[in-house]
Ligand binder design. Structure first.
Ligand SMILES: Cc1ncc(COP(=O)(O)O)c(C=O)c1O
Length: 392
């Protein structure tokens, strides 16, 4: 049987591959997956709202619904967006099955085979995976502590007429935890405008800020309507419900709706109603405050332990929010080769190389701090410190 050419360029996720190795070890301390903390998955509340939905609106919850999304949920999202300086109407919104689906739909909307798609270097692995079937050239632009380097972006845009779309995660990025300055966001917008490109602003972590000033989203100054903003309830409510949204100009939203129709008709109706009912009855902002408090304590714990136990030759980022710390090991180190040695000590992580669209950067590691309990973070980082002190 002959398979499509696109399947040849697809690779299994490095996180899921590392996850398989980690799952094979009993009671392994894992800093690999990017899972929200189990402490904030409100099972009893979801049970209660589900009972209410099924008793009062069971048929609607279990029947087909509109492709665009459940209207009362769209209105709730509209309210939340207005509270974050992104006023919109529901004609600007489309519900998606997590923001992951919105990333893939964005490539479907803007990218043809052979086009250039620009990301940060490194970028979200799930986005890189979702771009692969479109048979485009994904080009990474390096970033420093203020965001993507704009001189490098400009040189790329100048030299590559096939550039069609820019995908960025400006708040507490996955994998580095870095946040873009306002100046970089504005410069990105200026360049996107000059070369007439869409910006896909993926913001699943934006609300989880521990410290520092909120930086305005790119969408908030999008006078030309070239920004497609992606939001998600995964990191602040329940990832398993798979509810996210796109905010963009109505013409683009109509196209996204058409794509969604062909892909899966609609997102899960019950899940949309569960989110909506939760938002009716509970204060999501309160829940976000608890998440921030817990993740900040875990970030502090992990970073302090890294500083205490890792050799000085290992550099780390200092995330002001989100769920990840990024490590740079000495030049020439190979994180993939170190993983089995870490697993012997019952600790897992994801090597950073696969987060780069190109090759190389094998001396990098992503550590997640949201999932593990504090005592496990302590035990795991001390053990990694033992390994790294032997190696470097
Ligand atoms: C940057 C980024 N975008 C999108 C996603 C996908 O999130 P969702 O659960 O909303 O599909 C993730 C998940 O980890 C992510 O880190």
């Amino acid at each position: 049987m002959k398979l499509s050419s696109r399947i040849d360029v697809m690779k299994p996720s490095a996180i899921r591959e590392a996850g398989k190795l980690i799952a094979a070890k009993e009671n392994c301390i894992s800093f690999a997956a990017g899972l929200p903390s189990p402490d904030f998955i409100p099972v009893d509340i979801v049970k209660e709202v589900t009972n209410k939905i099924l008793s009062e609106n069971g048929i609607q919850a279990l029947q087909y619904g509109p492709t665009k999304g459940h209207e009362p949920l769209l209105r709730k999202i509209q309210e939340r967006m207005a509270g974050k300086d992104m006023k919109c109407g529901i004609e600007n919104l489309q519900i998606t099955t997590g923001s992951q689906q919105a990333i893939s739909f964005s490539a479907m909307l803007f990218i043809d085979k052979g086009d250039t798609l620009i990301t940060e270097n490194p970028s979200y692995l799930g986005a890189l995976a979702s771009f692969a079937p479109f048979e485009c050239n994904v080009k990474g632009v390096d970033a420093d502590e203020h965001g993507m380097k704009m001189d490098e972006l400009e040189a790329l845009l100048e030299s590559d007429p096939k550039a069609k779309m820019i995908y960025v995660v400006p708040n507490f990025s996955n994998p580095t935890g870095k946040t873009w300055s306002l100046e970089r966001r504005k410069k990105l917008y200026e360049l996107a405008s000059k070369y007439d490109l869409p910006i896909i602003e993926d913001d699943p972590y934006g609300e989880i800020r521990f410290e520092g000033e909120v930086v305005p989203s790119i969408k908030s100054f999008d006078v030309e309507e070239r920004v497609v903003y992606l939001g998600s309830f995964s990191k602040i409510f329940c990832a398993g419900l798979r509810v996210g949204w796109i905010m963009a100009n109505p013409d683009l939203i109509n196209k996204y709706e058409m794509i969604k129709q062909g892909a899966d008709l609609q997102s899960n109706q019950l899940a949309q109603m569960q989110v909506e009912e939760y938002l009716n009855q509970y204060d999501l902002d309160e829940q976000v405050k608890f998440i921030i408090e817990s993740y900040k304590a875990k970030r502090d714990l992990m970073c302090n332990l890294i500083d205490e136990h890792f050799p000085e030759s290992i550099k780390r980022t200092h995330p002001e929010g989100g769920m990840f710390v990024w490590l740079e090991l000495p030049e020439g180190a190979d994180a993939t080769a170190l993983l089995p040695k870490a697993l012997e000590k019952n600790v897992g992580f994801v090597p950073g190389g696969p987060f780069f669209p190109g090759t190389g950067n094998d001396n990098t590691i992503r550590l997640n701090f949201s999932t593990m309990a504090p005592d496990k973070i302590e035990e795991g980082i001390i053990k990694l410190g033992e390994l790294f002190r032997d190696e470097f």
